[in-house]
Design a protein around this ligand. Structure first.
Ligand SMILES: Nc1ncnc2c1ncn2[C@@H]1O[C@H](COP(=O)(O)OP(=O)(O)OP(=O)(O)O)[C@@H](O)[C@H]1O
Ligand SMILES: C[C@@](O)(CCO)CC(=O)[O-]
Ligand SMILES: [Mg+2]
Length: 405
């Protein structure tokens, strides 16, 4: 697609998608500077952005039953609180969030799900619009295959899609889809910009995110993340993972804040736990690299033991839940090893499956987990990061979701 001047609105419909993620090890510890291993999973969030000619901006969020619409003229006065130089270098401020809450009529009685999604959209829309000097009149629709608020990075996939679409739409970065092309990807430099803005969206939703979720949602694959440093893991073996959604709702923002409080309350107790989780991430990475070089079943007992140890640490950190304990008990009864993934407190768990785990064992575990009211599905890891799509290339259920609004 030919280059556009920054600030020149894309005059066509664009469509992007970003993957969810699973954290193998390091959740919560990564917020406090330790290493985490995260892999993208092929459950994706899709965003369609279409130019409007009526001076309005609308946002359809069917996964959370939310529809938003404003006149861009209503939004104009808010730009004063979003000077480009400020928003590019600083995290969202409490004053900015309060202004957005007041503007959008969000109160303490508004469901957090709706409130956070609205605030993240408005923050990114106004910040990026401020950078390119105009308020685009667009219709946005976000549809996700990910369970919302379940530990699979739904907020990050949402933020990555918004950042990618708004930056492309406003001409800050290109839109990497030539005529006739089905899928396109951005340059490394553009991905870094998408990731940094997606991190801003995560700061609105998570409060104090580490950045691992938006990093793996932007780049895809498998990566080690530590204090802003992203290291893509080139040699990662194919891992079979069973995902279980306990369906217990929880808020990453609340859970992350609770861990911080516990660390502040018991630093001498909690620091060794964080250090141990860091060592688990490093050990797991070493084993995965060895497996990639020389696949062998001999490595699995080590991976399984690391899963068990990390799960115990996460319980110590206060982010376990009886439903997650149940997943661990049920899978252990079938000789399998599980841990929570993401923020915990409910949401999803992962169970490591060996290459030679008999289908009958997996089926029995899924049956028993289903009897507990949990939803299970086997997934593969290493999905691609954010992508641009032609509408024609999208699968039917996505087109249906895009079309029914
Ligand atoms: N498809 C979506 N449409 C609109 N908002 C979404 C969507 N997916 C996620 N969100 C926003 O993200 C919030 C969930 O973020 P949260 O971080 O609590 O869960 P998660 O990202 O799924 O889990 P984790 O951060 O542990 O991986 C939702 O409450 C909503 O505000
Ligand atoms: C719990 C946490 O470590 C991962 C959530 O998926 C939070 C974060 O890193 O932002
Ligand atoms: Mg999240």
């Amino acid at each position: 697609m030919g280059a556009r001047a920054e600030g020149e609105m894309l005059a066509r419909t664009l469509c992007v998608s970003a993957p969810g993620k699973v954290i193998l090890h390091g959740e919560h510890a990564v917020v406090h500077g330790k290493a985490a291993l995260a892999v993208a999973v092929n459950l994706r969030t899709f965003l369609k952005m279409t130019p409007r000619n009526d001076g309005r901006v609308s946002v359809e969020l069917p996964n959370i039953g939310t529809r938003l619409c404003w006149e861009t003229a209503e939004l104009q006065p808010l730009l004063v609180a979003f000077p480009a130089a400020l928003t590019e270098s600083l995290p969202p401020s409490p004053e900015q969030i309060e202004k957005l809450k007041e503007f959008a009529g969000l109160t303490d009685t508004t469901a957090a799900t709706q409130s956070l999604a609205t605030l993240a959209f408005l923050y990114l829309y106004l910040s990026i619009a401020s950078k390119c000097g105009f308020l685009p009149s667009v219709a946005i629709l976000v549809y996700s295959e990910l369970p919302t608020g379940a530990g699979l990075g739904s907020s990050a996939a949402y933020s990555v899609c918004l950042a990618g679409a708004l930056l492309s739409g406003c001409g800050v970065i290109g839109y990497p889809l030539e005529e006739g092309q089905a899928v396109g990807r951005w340059s490394e430099e553009e991905l870094a910009l998408i990731n940094s803005w997606a991190f801003r969206g995560e700061q609105v939703i998570h409060g104090n995110p580490s950045g691992v979720d938006n990093a793996v949602g932007t780049r895809g694959g498998a990566l080690r993340y530590q204090s802003g440093n992203i290291c893509s893991l080139k040699s990662v073996p194919t891992l079979r993972i069973l995902l279980t959604n306990t369906r217990v709702p929880r808020s990453t923002k609340v859970l992350v804040a609770g861990v911080k409080d516990k660390i502040m309350k018991f630093p001498a107790v909690m620091e060794p736990v964080l250090t141990s989780i860091d060592a688990i991430s490093q050990e797991c990475e070493t084993v995965l690299e060895a497996m990639a070089e020389r696949p062998s079943l001999e490595h699995y007992p080590v991976l399984e033991e690391l899963v068990d140890i990390n799960q115990h640490h996460l319980n110590v950190m206060g982010v376990g839940h009886s439903s997650l304990d149940k997943v661990c008990q049920v899978t252990a009864s079938h000789g399998l090893h599980s841990k929570l993934t993401g923020a915990g407190g409910g949401g999803c768990a992962i169970t490591l499956l060996r290459p030679d785990t008999a289908p009958s064992v997996v089926e029995a575990a899924i049956r028993d987990l289903g009897d507990c009211g949990f939803e299970c599905w086997e997934t593969d890891i290493g999905a691609s990061g954010i992508r641009a799509h032609s509408l024609q290339s999208l699968k039917a259920e996505v087109l249906e979701a895009f079309g029914r609004m």
